[in-house]
Design a protein around this ligand. Structure first.
Ligand SMILES: [Zn+2]
Length: 170
């Protein structure tokens, strides 16, 4: 199982053979090669600069020419309402997220991807936008990729930390 938390940045964890591995830095895998932004870590074109709350807000500010701060949830809300530029931003962000998901799928073939974090508060819209992008990459494989959203909401991080402690204390 691969968990991906999409909030300000992107966090991830793997569960392989019932063992929790928290160290993966999925947010910094490279998904874009041209016209890239640089992340805080110093990379260019990494997932976090394309699909995270910060990335969505930053793109919206640039594309819509907004000088004030804007939250990713507002951009997503506008996209849900059908605002063309906002929709394009989310569509593009989901495309790069689909590339990341597909690469992980080919590497690990996890039985399921679980998504959480603030951006997934709009889970229906994100899922509806993500799936066609996976289909574009490879429709046959896309049908085999199971993706669902966590039911733990904001508690997911603390629950994961507790499980990690339990694992380490064994
Ligand atoms: Zn990075």
């Amino acid at each position: 199982m691969v968990y991906i938390g999409i909030g300000t940045g992107i966090g991830s964890a793997l569960i392989i053979n019932n063992y929790l591995i928290p160290s993966s830095e999925l947010g910094h895998i490279i998904v874009k090669l041209k016209d890239c932004n640089r992340c805080n870590y110093g990379n260019i074109g990494c997932l976090e600069t394309e699909f995270s709350a910060n990335a969505i807000a930053k793109k919206a500010k640039k594309v819509l020419g907004i000088k004030n701060e804007i939250a990713a949830k507002d951009v997503i809300f506008e996209a849900i309402k059908g605002e063309v530029s906002a929709k394009k931003i989310i569509e593009e962000s989901c495309y790069y997220f689909a590339i990341a998901i597909y690469n992980i799928y080919k590497l690990l073939e996890p039985d399921v991807f679980i998504l959480g974090g603030g951006v997934m508060a709009s889970r229906q819209f994100i899922m509806k936008t993500l799936r066609p992008n996976l289909d574009k990459i490879n429709e046959n494989d896309s049908n085999k990729i199971n993706i669902c959203c966590t039911s733990f909401g904001k508690k997911i991080g603390i629950i994961g930390a507790a499980i990690m402690c339990k694992t380490l204390l064994k």
